[in-house]
Design a protein. Structure first.
Ligand SMILES: [Zn+2]
Ligand SMILES: [Zn+2]
Length: 357
């Protein structure tokens, strides 16, 4: 399988345009036309990850944290040189995987056995667009199907979403034009106005689909970004505490299920026997989401809380570790690659530099 085909498959579950603007995701090292049969997945591309790829004969490493984050102006990093020397490509899926429908956080919820209710925040790097197009009456279905096939019309867990209403369009064909319905002077035509939502990542494909199926020489359409986000995506999750576990039991759950030997519980005025009804979770660094979590939940499980973030928190916190809250996604990435027909190995948890840190 060529790397570019793998990237196309990735667009299906973690579109790269969902990543935050400051992020660096996708193919970071390698040639998109390279053939791959074996891959290694890991959280960080460290020495052990590269050595493992060499050892098992993998042509690709898929990581969560980007190997290259800031702009570089020379290639002297021994890890990069080693990758290039051995012809090993690197794909990183970072914040696009954090906010995707099946996200780092969904995998974390599954690991903890928690039932998800909603997203914690709808923040993504994606822009959502309202799109309006006019279509002659007889061509509505054909154009609408092409638009849906391009990925437009997705709202939360529903696809094929659109609205259409009958309108009367007018036009006058100028010299050099080739109108669908020919006539003199200002013409009237029975049309539909077709409206739908489309993600920025699908906008180009949608316009292409319109150009390929619309009967007009110059289809009339416009689109504009909206200020709300597609509920299909978001950062962090709010879960139900179905099993009625107390704060101290939840701390133990993080230890057992995430294999963090010492998750830290900050009670912030609550008793360790307190049973939260709703639990907010966010893999990685969740400190900036504490105030949102406070509005939607009674406990927040994440990593990397700073002294002042903890100090100002209005709800109890469990710092289960940046590494440990995100590591479960390494298994998920391997499963996705196996579904594509590739052989995929994981870099074991205790082989990561982040585990022993
Ligand atoms: Zn992450
Ligand atoms: Zn992270």
């Amino acid at each position: 399988m060529e790397i570019k085909e793998i990237l196309r498959e990735i667009e299906g579950f973690a579109p790269l345009t969902l990543a935050m603007s400051w992020d660096n995701v996708g193919l970071l090292v390698g040639d998109a036309s390279q053939e791959v049969s074996k891959a290694v997945t890991c959280l960080d591309v460290d020495d052990n990850a590269v050595n493992k790829a060499i050892e098992v004969g993998a042509e690709l490493i898929v990581s969560h944290h980007p190997l290259i984050f800031r702009a570089i102006n020379r290639i002297t990093n021994p890890l990069l040189l080693k990758l290039i020397e051995h012809g090993i490509a690197v794909i990183s899926l970072h914040t696009n995987l954090d906010v995707a429908p099946k996200s780092v956080n969904q995998v974390l919820a599954d690991s903890l056995g928690l039932t998800v209710i909603e997203h914690l925040s709808h923040e993504t790097g994606n822009t959502w667009h309202r799109f309006s197009l006019t279509v002659p009456v007889d061509d509505l279905e054909q154009v609408r199907q092409a638009i849906f096939s391009s990925g437009a019309g997705l709202i939360g867990l529903y696809d094929n979403c659109s609205q259409s209403h009958r309108i009367t369009g007018t036009y006058r064909a100028l010299e050099g034009s080739n109108p669908y319905i020919k006539g003199e002077g200002t013409m009237s035509v029975d049309e539909y106005e077709l409206e739908f939502m489309v993600d920025e990542s699908r906008l180009g494909a949608t316009i292409e689909a319109i150009k390929n199926t619309h009967p007009y020489e110059t289809p009339a359409f416009y689109h504009y970004p909206v200020s709300n986000a597609n509920p299909a995506y978001g950062l962090g999750l709010v879960c139900e505490n179905d099993s009625g576990l107390s704060l101290s039991q939840l701390q133990k759950l993080c230890r057992d299920k995430l294999h963090n030997p010492a998750p830290r519980l900050y009670l912030l005025g609550k008793d360790a026997a307190f049973i939260p009804q709703r639990i907010a979770i966010c893999g990685g660094s969740g400190g900036s989401l504490i105030s949102v979590a406070n509005r939607k939940a009674d406990l927040f499980i994440s990593g990397d809380f700073s002294y002042h973030q903890i100090f100002d928190s209005g709800l109890p916190l469990i710092d289960a570790g940046h590494f440990f809250t995100e590591y479960p996604v390494v298994h998920y990435l391997a499963e996705k690659l196996q579904e594509m027909g590739l052989e995929a190995d994981i870099l074991e948890m205790d082989k990561h530099k982040g585990y022993i840190m």
